[in-house]
Design a protein around this ligand. Structure first.
Ligand code: CU
Length: 359
């Protein structure tokens, strides 16, 4: 069933009705195993957690530590606190890889009629990319990489028209390049695969968080909203993200403030980013990744916000879930395990013209 309905009416009637369900209801596609049965139980999650054996038969997924699904709580990534707002804590661009010249030289005149630049004071962040040991399941210590030492990385929040500079330090021994997915960024900051942050070096990523112009008109359908940043470095983006390099980047504006104030959208406390990822583990708890498979890596264990099949206790009320497919090679088709409809508000940029009922 898929109907378009009046956006405001749908939003009032209930975003995410019945979201007190577990993530076991996620059906998946992409590895040819067609695990598309409606679900929501542990037995279904086992069906999803099936690995193709060498002869094409199903093998049982390795979940380290004998973890039982839905026995650990889901976490919500912490917000990254700005080092400074309005006043630069360091000289922008005074790092090995510099900063976008548009920012450094204040060449905003190159963007005529752009009225979504510098509406708010610039936020400056320091972000260290580090080796981490992370517990995808309680008690099993899995090595990986983390923005700010965390998996997933901390959330960056800004407003439309609020510039952000992220000084990113590469403390790993592998090349990095950060892409802000959904952003409209200067080339220098866009995560082009070989616009590296070399090991031991830093780059100042400049994000104007502006609304793009199309044929001299603002294209609000491409406004920054639910975005994420992830590694994008040549040849190693796949494993770098697999090992943990992903984080939310959420941008809001006056329209969204108004929708929250009028109870159309849930307030921030009920607005939950959820990055869904499949991963494959070795029996010793380390992550498995096949660098030689150029079709991408499929996992057989489900993560939400960096934890294997967690649960979340919800109130009986409207929630906004920001569902992000952070998989390497898997498409996701999502439904609630109860079969109830939910309301789809938008995509990885701004809200849709209308909300959609989805079942
Ligand atoms: Cu992306």
């Amino acid at each position: 069933m898929r109907n378009t309905v009046d956006r405001r009416g749908v939003l009032v009637r209930g975003v995410g009705a019945g979201v007190g369900v577990s993530l076991g209801g996620i059906a998946s596609s992409g590895d040819g195993s067609n695990d598309r049965k409606p679900a929501g139980s542990v037995s279904q999650s086992r069906a999803v957690n099936r690995r193709r054996g060498p002869a094409g038969g199903a093998a049982v997924a390795v979940i380290p530590g004998g973890y039982q699904p839905f026995t650990q709580p889901c976490s919500v990534p912490l917000d990254l606190q700005p080092t400074s707002v309005g006043v630069a804590p360091w000289q922008p661009g005074a790092v090995f890889h510099g900063i976008a010249p548009e920012f450094f030289d204040r060449r905003y005149a190159e963007f005529p009629d752009q009225s979504f630049l510098e509406l708010y004071p610039t936020q400056y962040y320091d972000l260290r990319v580090q080796r981490v040991v992370h517990e995808y399941v309680p008690g099993v210590r899995t090595p990986g990489y983390g923005y700010g030492g965390r998996i997933p990385g901390p959330t960056i929040r800004a407003r439309v028209g609020q510039p952000v500079v992220v000084r990113t330090y590469n403390e790993l021994d592998v090349e990095l390049s950060t892409h802000l997915h959904g952003g409209h960024s200067p080339a220098h900051s866009d995560g082009y695969p070989n616009f590296y942050v070399l090991p031991g070096r830093a780059r100042d990523y400049f994000y104007p968080n502006t609304v793009p112009l199309r044929n001299a008109q603002y294209d609000f359908s491409e406004s920054p909203s639910t975005m994420w940043f992830h590694d994008h470095a040549m040849d190693v983006a796949g494993p770098n993200v697999w090992y943990g390099l992903a984080g939310f980047y959420l941008v809001t504006d006056q329209l969204e403030d108004d929708l929250i104030r009028s109870n159309v959208l849930p307030a921030t406390a009920y607005d939950i980013p959820l990055v869904l990822q499949d991963r494959k583990f070795n029996p010793d708890g380390t992550l498995f990744y096949n660098l030689l498979d150029h079709n991408g890596q499929l996992g057989d264990v489900w993560l939400a916000n960096g934890r294997v099949q967690p649960f979340m206790t919800m109130q009986r009320r409207k929630y906004r879930l920001r569902l992000l497919n952070g998989c390497n090679a898997r498409f996701l088709e999502l439904r609630l395990s109860t079969g109830q409809p939910f309301t789809k508000l938008g995509k990885d940029s701004w809200h849709g013209q209308r909300a959609l009922w989805v079942t």
